[in-house]
Design a protein around this ligand. Structure first.
Ligand SMILES: [Zn+2]
Ligand SMILES: [Zn+2]
Length: 259
């Protein structure tokens, strides 16, 4: 009995020593693998930017490459717990912005020069200062200035019961904005939640018990409406069809207004 326990204990000790011995090595290997795949994909994105600049690929193909790259980087980031992920997040975000910016084929391809400049400057990770995030790079700021000011994206929603269509803006809470949409032309109205206008509207809402008629009319003559996520603003139906829309396209086509 004693010797069996002794053998088991010794085996356990050996196993423990092996794990301690192997783990850092394994971790380094994983980090190397992650880094290689990351660098490969960053180069792949840079190559796609160059190909589009030379008109060797279409914006649709470019957009597809960005989508694939984004999915891959996301998968890797979720898999790897050890690696410092800032550059992976940056690459993920850049690929996402470029996918959306290119998805509607803008005539001037404005995003290409910013994308090329960002990738040349060492972003997603800035080479000069490893702690600096891509978010502060001027080309990143310029790129995002050409889209609606909503960080989580934009959806086009269609009610399966009545066919009514409306846009749904997704905020992440840092925008300090809320939104309504025109029931006739779908233009989005952005309202600053810390601004005077919103304070007045909220005060009037208290007085009359609803927001009806408190927003100015749209340029098309239609009325701006608020919507509840997951509910059709026209019939109250819950069976909705949602598809991703391009914030860059809506901005370019002037389908928004600031109150
Ligand atoms: Zn309108
Ligand atoms: Zn409906």
């Amino acid at each position: 009995m004693f010797s069996l326990w002794g053998i088991a204990g010794a085996l356990l000790l050996i196993a423990l020593l092996l794990v301690i011995q192997i783990n850092p090595q394994r971790r380094r290997k994983r980090a190397d693998r992650f880094r290689n795949v990351y660098v490969f994909n960053k180069e792949r994105l840079a190559a796609a930017v160059t190909s589009l600049q030379r008109k060797e690929i279409s914006t649709a193909q470019f957009s597809q490459t960005c989508a694939e790259l984004r999915a891959l980087v996301r998968k890797l980031s979720l898999e790897d717990k050890q690696y410092d992920k800032q550059e992976a997040y940056d690459l993920f975000n850049l690929a996402g912005e470029l996918e959306e910016a290119s998805s509607y084929d803008p005539q001037d391809l404005f995003f290409l020069s910013h994308a090329a400049a960002l990738l040349q400057s060492g972003a997603p990770r800035m080479q000069l200062d490893a702690n600096r995030k891509m978010a502060e790079a001027k080309d990143w700021v310029a790129l995002r200035r050409r889209r609606l000011p909503i960080e989580e994206g934009l959806s086009e929603v269609r009610c399966k019961a009545c066919g009514f269509e409306h846009p749904e803006a997704h905020f992440n809470g840092f925008e300090d904005l809320t939104s309504a949409f025109c029931g006739s032309c779908q233009k989005i109205l952005f309202i600053e939640i810390h601004g005077e206008r919103w304070k007045q509207i909220k005060a009037q809402e208290k007085g009359q018990g609803s927001l009806d008629g408190l927003l100015p009319p749209c340029d098309c003559g239609g009325a701006f409406l608020f919507s509840m996520p997951g509910t059709c603003p026209k019939c109250g139906g819950k069976d909705l069809e949602t598809k991703k829309a391009s914030r860059y396209e809506w901005f370019e086509k002037g389908r928004y207004k600031m109150l």
